[in-house]
Design a protein around this ligand. Sequence first.
Ligand code: NAP
Ligand code: GDD
Length: 326
Amino acid sequence: MPTALITGISGQDGSYLAEFLLGKGYQVVGMVRRSSTSIYERIEHIQDSLTIIQGDLHDQSSLVSILEEHQPDEVYNLAAQSFVPTSWTQAILTGEVTALGVTRMLEAIRLVNPKIKFYQASSSEMFGKVVEVPQRETTPFYPRSPYGVAKVYGHWITVNYRESYGIFAASGILFNHESPRRGLEFVTRKIAHGVAMIKHGLSKELRLGNLEARRDWGFAGDYVQAMWRMLQHDHPDNFVVGTGETHSVREFCEIAFGHVGLDYNEYVVEDPRFYRPAEVDLLISDPAKAHRELGWEPSINFRQLVEMMVDADMKRVEQVKKQKQG
Ligand code: NAP
Ligand code: GDD
């Protein structure tokens, strides 16, 4: 039975990846950072099947100890400060975790067992002010946020440890992927939750930032399978993972509100407070290499994703409303 270590297991992707690897017969070890409150919301349904251990990407010795004790065959480095706006207000922390954290884990692998396979959660945010449309593995990076800059570092240090030490280190350049487990601060979940609050009479409006930004949005459950496939490939490499389609925030609103019979124009307020100091206007992937070499394809299209998220929040909000009433 192979063993996988997932950093960031309490996050959106960590929860889907853990489910997927358990289904493949893996022993799954999940690293969580110490917290005074519960952080198991996304994994409580599988918690009994996981080995949860404490560690932090800030803390090199915790990483070394975890690798020594659990001897994983594969490490999936999903932990990061992943919210783009926070990367301006906490730029140094973002660099420490999202950039240098990658080196700390790679160093731990080099010291403990360089045969461990490593997956780095790289991001389409690295393409930023895009210099090519669509974006592929060879497209030059032009990051537009401290988060994007940190991810560029994480990407290149992954490539460097592959080339310097022969470590099986893969970099997955994943475009935005969403789900009902997405954090509430990200725009897709903010919209889905906002729609449910308005439909249930608990809110009157939804304040958003730039409605014209375009993203290549897919379903997180599909994307974690691409991560695993990268580590089963015959050599470590970089792969772009996305749907090859792009949609605006406005289109997301239109479908989400429309799904419950509402017109977004009556509820969405564009609020400059949510604008970013530097925006990423357009992302669209060319996932041909992942299709060709990994046999990976998305199974959920844009409309299905939007409707899945709205349906999930409609149920959640309804439950909370009932609890409050009764
Ligand atoms: P997420 O929901 O924000 O999860 C981030 C995880 O990192 C959480 O488990 C968080 O723990 C953990 N973490 C943060 N700082 C840490 C630290 N110092 N030490 C240890 N763990 C720490 O993010 P996600 O959407 O699942 O994304 C997973 C990864 O893919 C991230 O690296 C993200 O940057 C990258 N990515 C995401 C997307 C996307 O569209 N979702 C696209 C491309 C790349 P807590 O629960 O304690 O906060
Ligand atoms: N969060 C947020 N809130 N975004 C808004 C809002 C709002 O109220 N209104 C408009 N937007 C726009 C943002 O300006 C951005 O252009 C777009 O919606 C998407 O924002 P997010 O959902 O916050 O995601 P992101 O694209 O910045 O970053 C996500 O995807 C990256 C991959 O490209 C994160 O998951 C990153 O961790 C990931 O690497």
